[in-house]
Ligand binder design. Structure first.
Ligand code: UDX
Length: 447
């Protein structure tokens, strides 16, 4: 039976860190534009200070025993934090949904939750509400999690002492080899694999939404579909379909005026996303290398970052432009920007490709190395810097990207991908069609 879309409400449960909130809010806006009402369920420590950016969205609070913040995650370690969070918050989420059902006359079309928050599934099951998993990372990463979820930690660690096994390509996942599986930065492997099993377990979910596009990751999407065995909806890049102002920090737009007076494709934009920061030694090497390259640079140094040594700070503000938080999508779209020095978070990766900007990849942890591998070896639109970097290497990388023919080739390929990504969200494109399939599913009574 068809129900009028505008009467149907969707509950979104984002993981409240910037890299997760942004795509979830974009998804909310895309579904709102298709006629759904949106409720966002957030813990008390959510970082979103007001709902004014999202007119028409309803916000509800899940009382939580464990505040979600970078410092809290660092204190427990991310794996223990997530396992504990999922264990402790289930009951209060059920209570929230039960209240909401009373308010909504029992009509909730679906609960869509960040894949890190698998506790949501229990409430969906109890109240017989369809649920959909939302993944904010790449399809390749999801497939790697499925691979990891089937491993035995002890055996894997012994296997990884053998170089041949380290370099063995993961079945159907070329060029990802076993040493590339994203396990670093998560503490003891055994506990991390427990988390992978929880996250890869679809439980009773009816589908999985992922913020990627088939032109980027067609074969990984096929594998993901096989692994999950439920419909997979690749809707990305969501930031093109539905841009929202979801920054948790205030954007400093003065950098756009500065970009306006720089030469076309000359500027290196440097940002490490919303969580990670370089060590002081690396900042100093990067700053000096950038200075030696004679290319202008725009650098995001977030509030609370380690203070720069005085001479570095002086040089950076003389030769470049520093902001605490940039309007990143606008920066990447600016004609003066020639390259993006990035930690390769998935949002930054897609935002860069969507503007045809080639990258210098300096990944930290988790799936960022996997994204960097794809940027350098699969899409061939960037340069990966590994191990310790020193100023000479930084200078060479910047020149290769901005000045040399090699960089021009990367830019050309990035521009081809830009076209493909933009086409995927236009009428008849793969992500556009996927969104319509999802909407048709949500509009139909599922109970
Ligand atoms: C986290 C993880 O670290 C990342 O690996 C995962 O893929 C997503 O979740 P984060 O590290 O913050 O995300 O990186 P990223 O995914 O790139 O997201 C950062 C977001 O902040 C981007 O949407 C970017 O546009 C925005 N941003 C960053 C700004 O708007 N201004 C800035 O100055 C810096």
């Amino acid at each position: 039976m068809e129900k009028k879309a505008e009467k149907r409400r969707i509950v979104l449960v984002p993981f409240p860190l910037q890299g997760h909130i942004t795509p979830m809010m974009q998804l909310g806006q895309a579904l709102n534009l298709k006629g759904f009402s949106i409720t966002v369920a957030l813990g008390e420590s959510n970082g979103i200070s007001s709902s004014q950016h999202f007119p028409g969205f309803q916000f509800i609070t899940i009382p939580e025993s464990l505040p979600v913040s970078v410092s809290e995650m660092e204190a427990f370690g991310p794996v223990e934090f997530l396992l504990k969070l999922n264990n402790t918050i289930e009951a209060s989420f059920k209570e929230c949904i039960s209240q909401l059902l009373i308010q909504q006359g029992n009509d909730i079309a679906c609960i869509i939750y960040d894949d890190l928050l698998y506790f949501c599934e229990a409430a969906a099951k109890e109240f017989k509400i369809p649920s959909i998993i939302f993944s904010t990372t790449s399809a390749t990463h999801k497939v790697c999690c499925c691979v990891l979820s089937k491993l035995n930690a002890e055996k894997f660690l012994i296997d990884m002492e053998d170089t041949d096994l380290q370099n063995k390509v993961v079945e159907n996942l070329h060029p990802v080899s076993f040493k590339d599986l994203p396990i670093r930065g998560f503490g003891p492997l055994e506990r991390f694999l427990v988390l992978c099993r929880e996250i890869s377990n679809k439980r009773s979910a009816c589908g999985a939404i992922i913020n990627t596009a088939s032109c980027l990751e067609s074969s990984s999407l096929t594998l993901m579909q096989q692994e999950f065995g439920i419909p997979v909806y690749p809707l990305g890049p969501l930031h093109i379909t539905a841009s929202t102002r979801s920054s948790l920090l205030e954007e400093d737009r003065s950098c756009i005026e500065w970009l306006n007076i720089q030469k076309p494709r000359s500027v290196i934009y440097i940002s490490m996303g919303s969580i990670f920061e370089m060590e002081t030694k690396e900042v100093s090497e990067v700053a000096n290398g950038l200075g030696d390259s004679n290319q202008p640079f725009l650098w995001v140094i977030r509030p609370g970052s380690k203070p720069l040594p005085e001479e570095v700070s002086k040089m950076v503000s003389e030769k470049g432009f520093v902001v605490k938080w940039a309007p990143q999508k606008e920066v990447l779209a600016h004609p003066a920007v020639g390259g993006f020095w990035s930690h390769c978070g998935w949002n930054s990766t897609m935002e860069s490709i969507a503007e045809g900007v080639p990258m210098i990849c300096r990944p930290f942890d988790g799936e960022q190395k996997l994204n960097a591998l794809y940027i350098e070896s699969v899409w061939r639109i960037g340069i990966l810097l590994q191990d310790e970097v020193e100023r000479g290497e930084v200078e060479r990388a910047v020149k290769r990207l901005i000045v040399d023919d090699e960089g021009a080739g990367m830019r050309e390929r990035a521009l081809v991908l830009k076209e493909k990504l933009n086409a995927s969200v236009r009428s008849g494109g793969s992500s556009y069609d996927s969104l319509n399939e999802l909407v048709n599913y949500l509009k139909t009574e599922q109970k």
